[in-house]
Design a protein around this ligand. Structure first.
Ligand code: SF4
Length: 673
């Protein structure tokens, strides 16, 4: 299996064992106060798990180039980076430093002299900068910045990196120079496309000169996904100008292709983005450079069987997976052993990774709370103990998996089917992969006792050394006249049993209300959604990796209204996903009403009161998504019987249920019990 994925390839003078590269991810560990120990261990585990080549998160080439206060500077703290490269090499891996400059995306920067203003090709601010305007680099400073890249590349070589990757994508400094949106100059660094790309070309030349024969990658933007930015022809010309065999080529050894800017209104990495959606741009670059250098594809690829399909199309040399290595450090090892069912898939939630990095909090992973915490939670074998985990939702599965992995005897109970909130989420279009992380955890728990469909009592649990209570939440009922009518359903029942055709009123517009609306109006077939996605954002067709097999529940013409007393719709959905989720509902004609009071529910729908008066919102079915309550009925019995236990996740605190918190608590409990 996977013959193409397993085959070796060359990146300049480097022989890389197989075609799966661990792509660049900012972790926040780059500045941890530990001399680099946590970052070294983070990468080491992923090399042991099979990553052929690791690309670091962005390492700034200067202090002003940092993406935020938790970004490391490559030319500082050499011993830290040396520790990282030593760790990877001892594990038998290869590692490339990503040379990074955020340009106008730098935020909240300070150094010993106080606050620092971001720099950019031109003084063009971006929305998240909250009014802060970057300072335009002078011609002299442009040259100095190129020297910064070269100096950082030299340091990378000195401290043992096997390659360097120049970050020229995702809207960072080099991408800013290339784009007419952010480069308004009219000098040798801007004014027409050739002068706008000159900064990229000169940076590559300087880096090449600094590192000699060390392989140099450029992470270029295949498409900025910004109206008015570089044209496809300009992007093609940039690729040509970087490869060695054109007359003015600057000598890159490989091109990695990214898409989109932080401020782009096209989603690129969210769960709703079809698998392989961006392959088309990497293939375009590959066609342009025509085999002159290997081209690496990335983004929304989570399964090595998809990687094999990508490689079999013939143009792509390798694939960079990033978040899938957070979710499962052993993704390559497990896939190469054909143990696909055990791979803990990245579900594209962004909740513990991208959403955190955007606010400069240390990154981890919802489905793998050990990610970037490897030194805090080492995989040590301990005295074997007998532990019961009650509840097989995301928290219970995380606790059980960690206990089992370290050799404890685990018995996992659930009153229902396994999966909990993830089993429900997997019914939402675009969230089907949530089911994979449930099945992966169960596969990994082979040998443990699984007692599903069993309502555990204190008596059942008396003989265990400890009990972790991860029984989650139950839907909150609403106190509205008519709430007990037969056409009023909890979100759980609606998702489990389906909803009859006709109008639907949803009471509650938080994350679950938004998900339920998506369940009602979106196609449940990924191929259909892939076609819709391309049409919606005016992109080339991208359905080649879409999975089929889900039944469509799309009901054209049915009217869905989401009601919220007050506040923001989709509150609780992560910063990088909320705008996408709400945009999808608007596109499907879902009505969203807020600033209202509920008067009663009738056979016709929900009667509401607003500043304009009383109104009936039609609802042949009414679905209540009004939050959750703790499902902790087991706890009093455990207390009374004196059974040692820890309560985690929604069972401990149901306010603003947060799956990231739940799985992190579960891991901590697995270590403490
Ligand atoms: Fe993937 Fe979510 Fe984990 Fe990020 S937090 S790596 S998106 S599963």
């Amino acid at each position: 299996l996977l013959p193409l994925t397993r085959s070796p390839w060359r990146l300049g003078g480097l022989e890389v064992q197989h075609r799966v590269v661990m792509g660049s991810m900012h972790t926040g560990l780059e500045v941890a106060d530990d001399g680099g120990a946590a970052l070294a261990e983070f990468y080491r585990e992923r090399v042991i798990g099979g990553a052929a080549l690791v690309i670091t998160g962005g390492l700034a080439v200067s202090s002003v180039g940092r993406g935020g206060p938790d970004y490391g500077v490559l030319t500082d703290q050499r011993s830290r980076w040396q520790k990282v490269t030593d760790s990877v090499h001892e594990a038998g891996g290869l590692i490339s430093a990503q040379l990074f400059h955020a340009g106008r995306y730098a935020l909240s920067l300070a150094d010993a002299d106080g606050p620092m203003q971001a720099v950019a090709p031109s003084a063009v601010p971006w929305s998240a900068a909250r009014g802060a305007v970057p300072r335009q680099l002078s011609g002299h400073e442009v040259l100095a910045t190129i020297e910064d890249f070269a100096r950082a590349a030299s340091v990378a070589r000195e401290v043992g990196f096997d390659a360097v990757e120049i970050m020229a994508s995702e809207g960072y400094l080099i991408n800013q120079f290339c784009s007419p949106l952010t480069n308004l100059r009219d000098d040798e660094w801007g004014g027409d496309a050739a002068r706008r790309r000159r900064f990229a070309v000169e940076t590559l030349r300087a880096v090449r000169a600094a590192v000699g024969d060390l392989p140099v990658l450029v992470r270029m933007s295949g498409a900025d996904l910004m109206p008015g930015s570089s044209t496809q022809e300009e992007t093609d010309d940039l690729a040509r100008s970087l490869v060695p065999r054109t007359e003015y080529g600057a000598g890159v050894d490989g091109l990695s292709v990214g898409v989109g800017w932080h401020e782009s209104r096209v989603p690129t990495v969210q769960a709703s983005v079809p698998h392989g959606a961006w392959l088309v741009y990497a293939e375009r670059i590959a066609a342009v450079v025509d085999g002159a250098v290997p081209v690496i594809a990335s983004n929304r690829l989570t399964d090595l069987r998809d990687v094999e399909a990508v490689l079999s199309r013939g143009d792509i040399a390798a694939v960079a997976l990033a978040r899938p290595f957070l979710a499962d450090p052993r993704i390559v090892e497990r896939s190469f052993a054909e143990d696909f069912g055990a791979v803990n898939s990245c579900i594209g939630c962004n909740q513990a990774c991208i959403d955190r990095s955007l606010v400069f909090e240390p990154v981890s992973c919802l489905v793998n709370p050990r990610a970037a915490r490897e030194t805090r939670y080492p995989l040590v074998l301990e005295t074997r103990r007998s532990v019961a985990v009650v509840g097989a939702g995301p928290a219970g599965l995380a606790a059980a998996a960690d206990l089992h992995r370290r050799g404890h005897a685990v018995t996992l109970f659930d009153a229902d089917e396994p999966g909990g909130q993830f089993a429900l989420a997997a019914r939402i279009p675009g969230k089907e992969d949530y089911a994979l992380t449930v099945s992966a955890a169960l596969t990994q728990l082979a040998g443990s006792e699984l007692r599903f469909g069993t309502l555990a009592t204190a008596d059942d649990l008396a003989d265990f050394d400890g009990v972790i209570v991860a029984t989650g939440v139950v839907p909150r009922r609403v106190d509205i006249p008519g709430a007990d009518l037969p056409h009023v359903l909890s979100y759980e029942r609606a998702l489990r049993e389906g909803v009859p055709p006709g109008t639907v009123a949803i009471i509650g517009g938080g994350g679950i209300g938004v998900d339920v609306a998506a369940y009602l109006v979106e196609s449940h077939d990924e191929r259909t959604r892939a076609v819709e996605f391309s049409a919606r954002f005016d992109l080339p067709p991208t359905d080649h990796l879409a999975r089929v097999g889900h039944t469509t529940r799309l009901r054209p013409g049915s009217q869905v209204t989401v009601l919220r007393r007050s506040g923001r719709f989709g509150a609780g959905i992560g910063i990088s996903s909320r705008w996408v989720a709400l945009g999808r509902l608007r596109d499907h004609g879902v009505s969203m009403r807020t600033d209202l009071g509920y008067r009663r529910i009738t056979a016709d729908g929900v009667e509401i009161e607003t500043a304009e008066g009383i109104e009936m919102i039609p609802g042949r079915t009414v679905i209540v998504c009004a939050g959750q309550e703790r499902n902790d009925s087991l706890v009093p019995g455990l207390v009374a019987a004196g059974i040692r236990h820890l309560v985690v996740g929604g069972a401990r605190d149901a306010t603003g249920v947060d799956a990231v918190r739940a799985t992190a608590e579960a891991l901590a409990a697995a270590r403490e019990i």
